[in-house]
Design a protein around this ligand. Structure first.
Ligand code: SF4
Length: 197
């Protein structure tokens, strides 16, 4: 068994007990699927968004709706194959009406799933998509939440992982003028990942 197969097996084992998870309120608020994430279990580059939306909940896959299509396009332009990276969210169940996950929901879900996914996959670079994902991962930082408009495209060293905050593709759908910035940030993520090889 190679390293990729071993990591996939570890991820499958991690997910098994949570396929019908009700450990936080999102498990009982109408979710159809727990959206664990998908991609290369041995990825050097990982993307983390906020939460699944309606399309993701329906299909059980992350970033498959309009935001996902925009992300796919940006990845393609940046020369990144989606199958080479791993994509997931802070919480794995859709919040009703696409509201933000609460702190309890984020903390509970990160504790059982996301942190273990990161431990297994061991990405070199993590791109957080949008403000919620960034601040959720920077939870021990003292003071005010980081503003995505101020820190996007700037490298944050976190333990042994390099974080690169970028805009959420849903924001780009509403603010098309930021599309070039979004693509350039993803190109930077690729360049940083290539440097680690
Ligand atoms: S969001 Fe996470 S913790 Fe909450 S029910 Fe879904 S899988 Fe469980």
């Amino acid at each position: 068994m190679n390293i990729r197969e071993k990591k996939q097996e570890l991820l499958n084992k991690l997910y098994e007990p949570y396929k019908n998870c009700i450990l936080c309120p999102l498990g009982t608020l109408g979710r159809k699927n727990v959206v664990f994430g998908e991609g290369n279990p041995d990825a050097d580059l990982m993307f983390i968004g906020e939460a699944p939306g309606r399309d993701e909940d329906e299909q059980g896959k992350p970033f498959v709706g309009m935001s996902g299509q925009l992300l796919n396009k940006a990845l393609e332009i940046a020369g990144i194959n989606r199958q080479d990276i791993f994509i997931t969210n802070i919480v794995k169940c859709r919040p009703p009406n696409n509201r933000l996950p609460t702190e309890l929901e984020s903390t509970t879900c990160k504790g059982i799933l996301l942190y273990n996914q990161i431990r297994i996959i061991k990405p070199k670079i993590i791109c957080t998509l949008g403000s919620h994902a960034l601040n959720s991962l920077m939870v021990t930082t003292k003071g005010e939440p980081l503003k995505i408009t101020k820190v996007r495209g700037k490298i944050i060293q976190r333990d042994k992982i390099t974080l690169l905050p970028i805009y959420h593709p849903a924001y780009i759908l509403r603010n098309r003028s930021e599309l070039i910035t979004f693509v350039n940030d993803i190109k930077l993520a690729k360049a940083l990942t290539d440097e680690t090889k």
